[in-house]
Design a binder for this molecule. Structure first.
Ligand code: SAM
Length: 239
């Protein structure tokens, strides 16, 4: 990773503060609505437990938290993010849906994770971890805050394996998406930065290996939409 990109990652929440108002619209617009389908996949990654206390890191505007509570076993979701602008919009969505009894959104860091050991049954991250300054440290802390039998589920962008799909995707991704994103968000280079973080991310087996190294078992990854997004899962077994 270039040192410039590493420095920007530490402060990426400031970019999200600046684009928070257009974030949800642009997400759906630039992904042709497929991001909604990708987030639904978290419902298939819940631990096999009767009651689930979940933590959603880099929760942004709260979409994953809102999906998780669709499963009645999910009693509570705490979402944390470093961007106040994103969290404020998420809180409004939670209030509008009368879900404040189940979902709490707070400011907090997804790398250091400000919760005690063995607090949660499930930790999720959707399209957030590539923005973290230290993936390894975040994963170690996720393992720490999970209870035995708990699960981690992380959705992140990846690149298609098929050469033609990859070329088409990279053309859209490098040339079209940043231009439209920057224009419609009114931000000079937010979407140029976001694209760099995607191409810099250690996706697929490389990321699964990081989960295994942190102590997760039954680690798997599954690619969606020609490999544009990948869902990683792992379990913390009883010590
Ligand atoms: C692409 S958005 C994803 C938001 C949401 N999870 C979703 O699926 O739409 C990335 C989010 O990561 C947050 N973020 C970046 N670095 C962070 C960190 N160290 N701790 C917590 N959140 C962070 C940003 O503020 C932003 O809201």
């Amino acid at each position: 990773m270039t040192s410039k990109l590493a420095t920007r990652k530490k402060e990426s929440y400031k970019i999200f503060d600046e684009i928070a108002r257009s974030y949800d619209f642009l997400n759906h617009f630039l992904s042709f609505g497929i991001d909604i389908y990708w987030r639904q996949k978290f419902l298939g990654a819940l631990p096999n437990l009767d009651k689930i206390n979940a933590l959603d890191l880099a929760t942004g505007t709260g979409d994953v938290a809102l999906i998780l509570v669709k499963d009645k076993r999910v009693e509570k979701v705490t979402g944390i993010d470093r961007s106040k602008g994103m969290v404020d919009i998420g809180r409004k969505k939670v209030e509008d849906k009368n879900l404040t009894n189940k979902i709490t959104l707070e400011l907090g860091d997804g790398v250091e994770i400000p919760f005690a050991d063995e607090t949660f049954d499930l930790v999720t991250i959707s399209f957030g971890i590539r923005n973290f300054s230290d993936h390894k440290r975040s994963i170690q802390n996720i393992h720490r805050v999970l209870k035995p039998r708990g699960k981690v589920a992380i959705m992140e962008f990846s690149l298609p394996k098929n050469k033609l799909m990859r070329a088409l995707y990279l053309f859209y991704f490098r040339n079209i998406l940043p231009r439209i994103g920057n224009l419609l968000s009114g931000h000079g280079d937010a979407y140029t930065y976001l694209n760099k973080t995607v191409e810099d991310f250690p996706y697929g087996q490389e990321f699964s290996d990081l989960l295994s190294e942190a102590g997760f078992k039954n680690v798997s990854h599954k690619a969606y939409t020609f490999g544009v997004a990948t869902l990683y899962q792992g379990e913390k077994l009883k010590c």
